[in-house]
Design a protein around this ligand. Sequence first.
Ligand code: SAM
Length: 220
Amino acid sequence: MKKQIEKKYQTQLDNLITLLKNTKFLTNENVESAIRNVQRHDFVLMSDVDKAYYNEPLAIMKNQTISQPAVVSRMTEWLDVKKGQKILEVGTGSGWQTAILSYLVGDGTIFSVELHPELVEFAQNNLKKLDINNVNVILNDGSLGYPDAAPYDRIIITAACSKIPSLLFDQLNQNGLLIAPVGNSSQSLVLLKKTSQGIIEIKNESNYVFVPLLGKFGKR
Ligand code: SAM
């Protein structure tokens, strides 16, 4: 997918990229290329299209949000996505993060699970407009993961968990990475790796705020 950005958004996107680089939320060329190509204005509500390149989360539907660009950039960089990988995303929302992952895996595949039917439809429409066809959006409780297509090379949870549901680790490949915001009123972004010795923490950064992970193994 390579799409020419409309002129009116180009400066706003350039300014956002500069901000993300200056604040060190964007350091990787491939992720920059993904953020440039998967244009955020295709994933926001029509009423917010003029704010698409603000470094802010924006309301979508069902009291949910499209994530803040800095957060999407940080999570995507930490996840260290490679071409050909199979990725599970829990919490599709608008599909913007999903589309960024789809761009980075090339001929790999994304399975993205979303709890709200309205958002499944919203994300599917957004992805369809851009001819993205390596993504499966699934209506289900993502706190259960998606065992049908497991194991995954990477798992990303885009909503806050008090504790990462343990069955997600069962669905992760050996040497696979999982990223999630963990905590209650404020969360730490944690990057974990599944090794032969067990799960080890690779990175941890505090002071994030995400909407809660709902569902059977969601936030209590
Ligand atoms: N990264 C997305 C984007 O850029 O649009 C935004 C994700 S939003 C912060 C978190 C999403 O997780 C919401 O769409 C919410 O409905 C979804 N969610 C919460 N609990 C869930 C669950 N148990 N299973 C699946 N999705 C869930």
